[in-house]
Ligand binder design. Structure first.
Ligand code: S3P
Length: 262
């Protein structure tokens, strides 16, 4: 064997070690999930990730290839999250609720802690149409916008493990509810009108609220929509006064319960 062949063989041995370690790590991630469920522990423990980052930082202090090693570990962590989220949800999660109920915030959080893909319906429609929601309403009318929403929900049926942050009007069409339930669970996020006002007051992307930013308008529209929102929901999570972590933890537990009772 010449030196190159020897080096290549050593590299191959390293890959074997990495592969075995990765497979072992993935199994441990699954075992941890089982343990947490059996002992009724929270699924999300973001402080663990902080701890792990601190460990890596300390171990790599002053060493070569720090960035390369960090990248590999970042990817390992993403994969662990994906293993967890696929284990938890082999379906899509449709977040519904009034404007300002927290759909976008919670989908971002789930993306962060469980590496789930997120489809933000409004944003997706805006990008595809190349115009704002307000301009779509003005130029083509609300009905056209509602049709785009339905088509996007149908498109989601070819994917799974995606969090879909629905526009506030989505559950108002019965057809939309049928489409969402074909491969998803519908989670209704709720908030009091006062909380909603506080969350939307500085935003100008919601034509329905633009000149109606007051508690009584919000309370009225909310009341008009309540029945349809509740009828569409597989589970309901109240968001007032809760942290994102608390909301997501509740969502995970309630969905798991709902699956178990099916
Ligand atoms: C709407 C909610 C908005 C957006 C559009 C109409 C509604 O989405 O789709 O302005 O009818 O409630 P958000 O709930 O994401 O703000």
């Amino acid at each position: 064997m010449n030196q190159l062949e020897v080096l290549r063989e050593s590299l191959g041995q390293c890959d074997e070690i990495i592969l075995d370690a990765l497979l072992m790590r993935n199994r441990i991630v699954e075992d941890i999930m089982v343990y947490k469920e059996a002992n009724d522990l929270p699924v999300l423990q973001p402080e663990q990730e902080v701890k792990q980052k601190g460990w890596l930082e300390a171990r790599m202090e002053g060493r070569r290839h720090k960035k390369e090693v960090n990248d590999v570990f970042a990817s390992i962590i993403q994969n662990s999250k994906r293993i967890q989220s696929r284990n938890l949800f082999n379906y899509n999660i449709f977040l519904i609720g009034f404007m300002g109920a927290g759909k976008s915030t919670i989908s971002d959080y789930l993306k962060n802690v469980l590496a789930m893909d997120v489809v933000e319906m409004d944003q997706c429609i805006v990008e595809r149409q190349g115009m704002s929601i307000s301009d779509i309403f003005e130029t083509y009318g609300e009905e056209y916008f509602r049709e785009l929403e339905t088509n996007l929900l149908i498109e989601m049926q070819s994917r799974s493990n995606v969090v879909v942050s629905c526009g506030g009007g989505v559950p108002m069409r019965e057809r939309n509810v049928v489409e969402m339930k074909k491969n998803g669970r519908v989670v209704l996020l709720t908030a009091k009108p006062e909380t909603i006002l506080e969350r939307v007051k500085d935003n100008h992307d919601r034509p329905l609220l633009e000149n109606n930013k007051n508690v009584s308008f919000i309370a009225d529209l909310l009341e008009k929509r309540r029945e349809k929102y509740e009828a569409a929901a597989d589970i309901v999570v109240e968001t007032d006064g809760k942290s994102e972590l608390e909301i997501c933890e509740e969502l995970i537990h309630r969905l798991r319960e709902a699956e178990a009772n099916k």
